[in-house]
Design a protein around this ligand. Structure first.
Ligand SMILES: *Cc1c(COP(=O)(O)O)cnc(C)c1O
Ligand code: SF4
Length: 353
């Protein structure tokens, strides 16, 4: 497949077990099992994604096609894996850190990732905050002057209509202590056609507006996605990336290298590589932390530093995100010698002061 060719319009979004069977993406004998999965979790595969699927078991397909294993829950898995619910002062707001808080204006996504940490909440049913709830959220931000940054997430904020987006951005921008508005989104890769001039106009603000693009495989960053990123950059909106380390999707050194290089090629700065959050029915995506650290160590020194993300875990229970390494500084010696030892990218150990 030539990723430089503009994609041609394809069929609509696939949402049901029957449409997946018809499209040849799942075998008919999985129908019952997938109907069971569908009772708990939404499915949506928009054309921009279904067009990328080369095989029903490839790294694109695995992210979005429901799997009977999703009905199996492990003991450590939790419907609220990072403790968002306990940290919500008003509906739609999640406040964990002093200088920033999340605002979730809706729970709709352009596609439903099978490993999503909010999978118990997101879905096409909406979760659109009512005007009253939005107003209560704005008032909460107004009453909390330590908050400098509002992080719009969901769901996917770029699924909002331009009108509603404009209202949210302008209302937040008018709060004197809000300096930054950040949007977490999958739209540039999953539904790039949504980034119309009207939606881009709605993102205009005197605040500094940033976008964090969620993508997990290099093939997601084809021609249309790169154009969508450029449309954001053309509005002076820097674009960063967020990915999840996923078994069967990007769990090899080559796949990660290709992904981070594809971000740089698309002018996107890799920001976070997440360790998988333990949401229900996602254990088949889990990659142990030692494997993640080794994969990243393999890139260090070989791949441009621009492409380097921070590998993080969101500590269960809402305790925050922290880096998982790999780290290169060796522990200090007992004698408190000011000279320290550090590991080079090639594994050799060296002293420095
Ligand atoms: C992830 C998250 C943030 C953003 O964290 P950064 O490290 O700034 O990207 C903020 N608030 C909550 C509740 C979060 O879960
Ligand atoms: S786009 Fe984000 S919130 Fe939506 S399903 Fe995927 S991971 Fe979950």
């Amino acid at each position: 497949m030539n990723d430089d060719a503009p994609s041609t319009p394809h069929q609509g979004t696939l949402r049901t077990a029957d449409s997946l069977i018809q499209a040849g993406l799942v075998p008919p004998d999985q129908r019952e099992a997938l109907l069971r999965v569908a009772r708990d979790y939404a499915t949506a595969i928009p054309p921009a994604f279904s067009n990328l699927i080369e095989h029903p078991d490839d790294p694109i397909a695995r992210q979005v096609i429901p799997d009977p294993r999703e009905s199996t829950q492990q003991p450590h898995e939790d419907v609220d894996p990072i403790g968002d619910d306990a940290l919500s002062p008003v509906p739609g707001v999640v406040h964990r850190y002093e200088d920033r808080a999340l605002l979730k204006p809706l729970l709709i996504c352009p596609l439903y990732c099978r490993f999503c940490f909010r999978r118990e909440h997101v879905g096409p049913g909406g979760g659109l905050l009512s005007d009253e709830a939005l107003e209560a959220a704005f008032q909460w931000f107004e009453a909390h002057p330590k908050i400098r940054e509002v992080i719009l997430t969901g769901g996917d904020p770029l699924m909002l209509s331009p009108r509603r987006m404009e209202k949210i951005i302008s209302r937040l921008s008018a709060i004197p202590h809000i300096e930054t508005i950040r949007l977490h989104t999958r739209v540039p890769v999953a539904a790039p056609e949504r980034l119309t001039p009207a939606l881009l106009d709605a993102l205009e603000s005197d605040c500094s507006v940033w976008v964090v693009l969620h993508a997990n495989h290099a093939r997601e960053l084809g021609h249309d996605a790169r154009l969508a990123v450029r449309s954001l950059l053309s509005r002076a909106i820097p674009v960063l990336s967020q990915s999840v380390l996923l078994r069967g999707v990007n769990d090899t050194a080559e796949a990660l290298e290709d992904l981070f290089r594809a971000f740089i090629k698309a002018r996107v700065k890799p920001y976070y590589l997440h360790h998988l959050d333990p949401a229900p029915g996602t254990a088949h995506f889990h990659v142990p932390v030692e494997e993640g650290r080794a994969l990243l160590a393999h890139l260090r020194g070989r791949v441009t530093g621009l492409a380097w993300p921070t590998y993080v875990v969101d500590i269960p229970g809402g305790k925050g995100k922290v880096p998982l390494g790999p780290d290169y500084l060796l522990p200090q010696s007992e004698d408190k010698n000011p000279q320290r030892q550090v590991k080079a990218p090639n594994g050799t150990v060296h002293a420095f002061t």
